[in-house]
Structure formats: structure tokens, C-alpha cells
Design a protein around this ligand. Structure first.
Ligand code: PAF
Length: 297
């Protein structure tokens, strides 16, 4: 695996069908599942690793975001990444950026309403990665459902010739969605956080059993949330990322909640196939994730 810091070096190191896995590092099996998907489809896999200051709405969140390049490089190489692009700030933002990419509509509600400026930061850096690396496909996790809707729409609106490929959420054995932020949870917070995935799984069962009413599905989730501060529970269109009343089109049932000082998000995608609903509950690991295992040691 090559580790490079310049866009030009990425382009000089790649051949054939190119898959991009954009990350902010501190990798876990969720990121590695993106690499697996890219590896299956593409000749060359590039992982970008850049903690993008533009997308952090809280400076404290940015300063405490976990970073470990050596650990990430080892994991990326072990999973088959060909090129790790880990730019310094001056490669991504050689001068104060006066340009922002704003995707309206998909960013108004849910995360957009709680994190002002966040999606402008995401869309701007992802546009730079798409344009600078010129990959054929880019892999994004379904955990950040609104980000997925936003970058998909951004690439289409700007005619960037790239296919955005969604990948299912990876969960701990007990259902907790993997997130680099999980390392901040105490054991008690982690126990309380489990209500989020338990609630979503119960709502997924109800949806597959015929429940299509948004408020009903949301209340099934809320009933399992105890000891967490809820930002929102919302049924939204999978592509529009806007709230819907009923499950009539492909949708995402999404939750954001604070557990202690840590803000967590999670969701289930609900695909409408005629009269049936198929829920993407994500995949579960057989053993504690590298992230959580490292945290407990
Ligand atoms: O999902 C993330 O890790 C980030 O938002 C991304 C897509 C790498 C952009 O900084």
C-alpha cells in the first residue's frame, strides 16, 4: 500500500476501475466493509483519510476526534487498500476556501437542523475528493443516511461522473452501530445507548409486519429510549432526507441522541417492494469490534 499526501500522487498511483472510500480515520469494521465493497467492484482502491475541519460545528468535537494514522494505515493495508491518501491541511485547503458546496433540501432537516454548516463542510470536501481523485465509484455507509443522500444528489447536480454506492451499517454483537465516537462511551452510557438500536430493530419488525404510519414507527423507537437525550426520531425519504408521514416510498427511520457527552446517530433503511417492506438492519459482528475491544483494554 502506498501512503501519499498529494492529489497528483493519487492519480499517478492508480489504474483501471477506481474505487474511493472517503474517511476521517480511526477506522473500524464499518469503514473496512466499505473497503470490501470497493475491493469487490474495482481494480484500485483508494482510501482518503482527512479530518475535515469544515464539517465540525463544535470545536470541541473536532479537537477530541480520535486520530491514529499508524493504526489506520495498518488496518487499511490489511484489508486491501492500494493507496492511502492522507493529505495535510494545506493540500486540501491551500488557501482560505471561499467556495462552499451547499445542497439544499436534503440538508434542511434532522442532522442539518441540529448541526448548522455541517453538510456544507461535508459536501465541499467530498466534491474536492471526487474532482481531485476522479474515481469511478465512491463508497458511503448507510449509517450517515443524510450524508449519503446529500453526496449522491451533489454528484448528480454537479454532473460529477462517479457512482455513489451505499453500504449497510456494521453493528456490534449487541446491535450498537459502529462509530469512531463509541470509544467515548462509558460502560453505563454504552448500555443506555443500546436502546437506540433495540428501538430501531423493533420498528423495523413492525414495518415489515405492515406498519406504515410514521408516527407509530417513531413511537416504537422512542419507547425504547431511556437515559438518552433525543435530538430527533424521524421517518424520512431515503433520497430526499425529508420527513414523510407514511412509508410509501423508500425511507430511512433515523435517530440522533446524546448519551452523556457523546452524540450518536443510527437508522434502518426501509425499502418498499410493492406491498412488502424490506428493512436493512445492517450486519452484526461475531466478536467485539476492533474499536470497542481496543477501548476496553
Ligand atoms: O463520513 C465521514 O467520515 C465524512 O463525513 C467524510 C465523508 C469522509 C467527509 O469528510
Amino acid at each position: 500500500m502506498k501512503i501519499v499526501q498529494r492529489f497528483a500522487e493519487v492519480r499517478a498511483s492508480t489504474a483501471g476501475r477506481l474505487g474511493l472510500v472517503p474517511t476521517m480515520g480511526f477506522l473500524h469494521e464499518g469503514h473496512l466493509a466499505l473497503v470490501d465493497a470497493a475491493r469487490r467492484d474495482c481494480d484500485t482502491v483508494v482510501m482518503s483519510l482527512f479530518v475535515n475541519p469544515l464539517q465540525f460545528d463544535e470545536t470541541r468535537d473536532l479537537s477530541r476526534y480520535p486520530r491514529d494514522l499508524d493504526r489506520d494505515a495498518e488496518l487499511a493495508e490489511g484489508r486491501g487498500v492500494d493507496v492511502l491518501f492522507a493529505p495535510e491541511l494545506d493540500e486540501m485547503y491551500p488557501q482560505e476556501p471561499l467556495t462552499r458546496v451547499t445542497v439544499s433540501g436534503t440538508t434542511d432537516e434532522m442532522e442539518g437542523a441540529h448541526r448548522p454548516g455541517h453538510f456544507d463542510g461535508v459536501a465541499t470536501v467530498v466534491a474536492k475528493l471526487f474532482v481531485g481523485i476522479r474515481a469511478d465509484r465512491a463508497y458511503f455507509g448507510r449509517k450517515d443516511a443524510q450524508q449519503l443522500a446529500t453526496v449522491t444528489r451533489m454528484a448528480a447536480d454537479l454532473s460529477i461522473p462517479i457512482e455513489v454506492v451505499p453500504v449497510s451499517i456494521v453493528r456490534e454483537q449487541d446491535g450498537l452501530a459502529l462509530s469512531s465516537r463509541n470509544v467515548f462511551l462509558s460502560l453505563d452510557e454504552r448500555r443506555r445507548a443500546l436502546g437506540i438500536s433495540t428501538g430501531l430493530m423493533a420498528a423495523a419488525d413492525a414495518a415489515e409486519g405492515g406498519e406504515r404510519d410514521g408516527l407509530q414507527l417513531e413511537s416504537i423507537v422512542r419507547a425504547r429510549l431511556d437515559g438518552v437525550l433525543i435530538d430527533y426520531v424521524a421517518l424520512a425519504g431515503a433520497l430526499s432526507a425529508r420527513r414523510v408521514d407514511n412509508l410509501e416510498e423508500d425511507a430511512v427511520l433515523a435517530v440522533a441522541a446524546r448519551v452523556g457527552e457523546t452524540r450518536l446517530i443510527d437508522n434502518v433503511f426501509l425499502t418498499v417492494r410493492g406491498d412488502t417492506i424490506v428493512a436493512d438492519r445492517g450486519t452484526r459482528l461475531d466478536e467485539p469490534s476492533i474499536l470497542y475491544a481496543a477501548h476496553r483494554d
